[in-house]
Design a protein around this ligand. Structure first.
Ligand code: G3I
Length: 374
């Protein structure tokens, strides 16, 4: 009898311990980015070609634990996916979409119409009807292929100058600003349920903000569907100001569209030429290898980590203040090893702009962001 009682007692202890352990796991899970912000907005990341193709378990476990949205960093750009008039390469894009589905993520398509990383054959099309037909074929083929699977499309990318006027590009030279309406109309028809976004950098700037407001109003006046404005958010420790970002969130939201932060990162490296934004055509070869321009080649200093943590805290505080207007916050990369900012505007530097370091370890900035939800 005593033996039986002992057995019962130990079984009970084991059951309680099992449930406790499970609860602890749940508690740990709830301190991830995607869990913490699940009632506020999606937390996304951009995946490089390597990351889409590899099965690295460190990456996979961080990806599914922390993020619930993905964007392909390069693999759906025109030059990659549609390099010749009658050739589409879908291998990597297919893998990317399958990966997102496997982890039950919100899948973003980036980007349908962009002057940069455009296939060379498209640069030479100077006839407006041919150009419009090519855009139609491009959008129909790609958007229909992933209909119901890619939930958000960056339809047009970076069509504006810093003063809010239209950027000179082959699209604009040949079709005028009608190429934007054309692209949005086609995307809406190809997948009526997809969310359609205009995506650009420096959208905190008052002049550029005015340009976006005009662009969105113009589409709306024609009855063309646009669901969101994507503020890329390639920022630095010093700027832009929280006020400027806030003014843009409010201005875009007042148009009845949602705001997403589509490419968030915060550079910690010197930028002496007062470069801002992300015009990829700028490059500064003469500074390559200059140690002054690469002050943290091994790791970021403690004070640098603290500065970055404070900057991210301020940024996410603002996002939470306006969570009703914001759909998604996507980091432009999973960890510091991947960031494009290691090679732009100067090649071969060691930047530290994200929440996870090169070993996939969370940084102080990660904790400061999570602390806002505790
Ligand atoms: O794939 C080639 C490789 O074969 C070659 O050996 C290597 C040598 O330079 O280049 C590789 O291509 C690079 C490509 O990234 C893939 O890594 C290009 O040079 C490089 O220019 C390209 O940079 C991308 C950049 O867009 C180009 O426009 C960045 O990874 C990507 O993060 C960046 O993303 C853009 C967004 O799409 C739009 N908003 C701005 C943002 C940052 O520029």
């Amino acid at each position: 009898m005593t033996n039986k009682l002992y057995k019962l007692f130990f079984t009970l202890i084991a059951v309680i311990a099992f449930f406790n352990c499970n609860n602890n796991t749940k508690k740990e899970d709830s301190t991830t980015l995607k869990e913490s912000f699940k009632n506020d907005f999606l937390i996304g990341t951009a995946l490089s070609n390597l990351q889409i193709n590899q099965t690295d378990s460190q990456l996979a476990s961080l990806l599914k634990k922390e993020f619930n949205a993905i964007t392909p960093e390069n693999d759906m750009k025109w030059e990659q996916i549609h390099p010749q008039k009658d050739t589409f390469y879908f291998d990597v894009a297919d893998k990317y979409v399958e990966l997102g589905e496997k982890y039950n993520m919100h899948i973003v398509g980036h980007t349908l119409v962009w002057h940069s990383q455009l296939a060379p054959w498209m640069q030479n099309v100077k006839d407006s009807i041919t150009l419009a037909n090519n855009i139609e074929n491009h959008i129909n083929t790609i958007v229909k292929r992933y209909k119901g699977r890619i939930e958000t499309w960056d339809v047009v990318n970076e069509a504006l100058n810093e003063d809010g006027s239209f950027r000179t590009s082959n699209f604009h030279e040949v079709m005028g600003d009608s190429f934007i309406a054309h692209a949005f109309k086609l995307a809406a028809a190809a997948d009526p349920d997809a969310k359609l976004v205009y995506n650009d950098y420096n959208l905190w700037k008052p002049e550029k903000r005015a340009g976006v407001v005009k662009l969105v109003k113009n589409l709306q006046a024609q009855g063309i569907k646009i669901d969101g404005v994507g503020m890329q958010a390639h920022w630095s420790l010093e700027g832009p100001s929280i006020k400027d970002i806030e003014n843009s969130i409010i201005a875009y939201s007042n148009l009845g569209v949602k705001v997403s932060f589509t490419e968030l990162d915060v550079t910690v490296l010197p930028n002496p030429w007062d470069l801002d934004g992300a015009a990829v055509e700028q490059s500064y070869e003469q500074f390559e290898g200059d140690p002054k321009m690469n002050p943290y080649p091994v790791k970021l200093t403690d004070s640098g980590q603290t500065q970055l943590a404070k900057r991210y805290e301020d940024i996410f505080n603002l996002f939470l203040k306006h969570k009703d207007k914001i759909d998604r916050v996507t980091f432009w990369g999973v960890n510091d090893g991947q960031t494009w900012l290691n090679n732009w505007p100067i090649n071969g530097r060691t930047n530290h702009p994200l929440l996870f370091d090169r070993n996939f370890e969370p940084k102080k900035a990660y904790n400061s962001v999570l602390a806002l939800k505790k």
